[in-house]
Design a protein around this ligand. Structure first.
Ligand code: IMP
Ligand code: MG
Length: 172
């Protein structure tokens, strides 16, 4: 068992997610939007976010794994689930739990571009700056953090803690 330091409470997260959803609903009013969630970390965030949207959307998931059980990215990304929906000429919003080095997104953006979508933007629950390597712009983020390893609300450490309703910092 690790020591978990409480960081963001349930209600605080929900209010911020709803605020970001309002912005997305306004920006994509009158356009076809496909949400593409990155498994597994994004599914909790995505489920709250999409229910706060006031525009019609299609929903799909893509599966990646890179971390293994370490807190440092291996840098190598495996695709564990492909897209089901045809995104050609559609606006895609990638939903990610946390952007760290940015390597996962660089890989996924290239992959998604091969299906010729109209646009690709990024929405992340957390935008972590300290270890950023790739030149990635997060279009919608709920929180910007400098450093630390966070768990809960979908985020895991070695597949654990995803089910916690709040966000904690893991003390290693
Ligand atoms: P990147 O490719 O380095 O940007 O890593 C992104 C992925 O690493 C995310 O989708 C997460 O699954 C995982 N990750 C990065 N930082 C954290 C963290 O603080 N907690 C849990 N998972 C993290
Ligand atoms: Mg993960």
């Amino acid at each position: 068992m690790h020591e978990l330091i409480p960081l963001l409470k349930k209600d605080v997260i929900y209010m911020r997610v709803a605020e970001v959803a309002r912005k997305i609903s306004a920006d994509y009013k009158d356009s076809e939007l496909v949400l593409v969630g990155i498994l597994k970390g994004a599914f909790v965030f995505m489920s709250d976010l999409m229910r706060c949207l006031t525009i019609p959307v299609e929903v799909d998931f893509i599966g990646t794994s890179s971390y293994g059980s370490d807190t440092n990215s291996s840098g190598k990304i495996n695709l564990t689930k492909q897209l089901d929906i045809n995104i050609k000429n559609k606006n895609v919003l990638i939903i990610e739990d946390i952007v760290d080095t940015g390597s996962t997104l660089v890989y996924l953006i290239n992959y998604l571009k091969s299906f010729a979508p109209k646009s690709i933007k990024i929405c992340a629950l957390l935008d972590k700056h300290e270890r950023r390597k790739a030149d990635i712009k997060v279009d919608y983020s709920c929180y910007v953090i400098e450093s630390g390893f966070l768990v809960g609300y979908g985020l895991d450490y070695a597949e654990k803690y995803r089910n916690l309703p709040e966000i904690y910092q893991l003390k290693l």
